[in-house]
Write a protein that binds this ligand. Sequence first.
Ligand code: C5P
Length: 220
Amino acid sequence: MRSIAIDGPAGAGKSSIAKEISKKTGFVYVDTGAMFRALGLYFIKKGIKLEDETAVARLLDDIDIKVVYKDEEQRIMLSGEDVTGHLRSEEAAGAASSLSVYSAVREKLLCVQRDIAKQYNVVMDGRDIGTKVLPDADVKIYLTAGIKERAKRRFFELVQKGEKPDIKKIERDMQDRDYRDMHRKNSPLAKAEDAYEIDTTDMTIKEVVEKILDIAALTG
Ligand code: C5P
């Protein structure tokens, strides 16, 4: 099976770009952030404090998480319930980031992620795909962009959904989340040694996609 790993901080354009690459290559787009978000919302719903690692670990074994691919879309099923529609909120993002420091959580999702990559050709995005989940990925990309540009992108994404976001708060939350993701002990966000770094600040999605497809052809 073939794989393209895309890592980088929040708002660098990973998911938009991975989706386009998926369309052009036929590889399945695997959004690993959605898996952390789904677990985050699950624990909030259960009234578990996300800082309570013991309580989180205790409940983790009972969670039946299945990731399925239908009509080119990823659906996340928790105990048979499709939770995909609830995952894009900032609440889910914060909860995902809090949970993602725990090794038990990461191990559970690591198995799910590697299983998918055994079954399909994938373009998988996240924080530790090139460094940990798929260390032998055929192509590794590390996407970055300036914080102001990343906050602006998230701001417009929320505006399009009819929300009235505060751009300063988005910027602060993103910086906090990036700091946590880069400084945690377990699988921190980092560029793999053999990853190509692309700064997308002044690039269109199309330009980034073309660049990655060029790299994939070079290394393929
Ligand atoms: O990519 P997304 O913004 O949906 O990810 C939400 C959070 O999930 C990230 O901030 C990070 O804490 C966590 N995450 C992770 N490892 C991944 C994907 C996401 O730790 N592979």
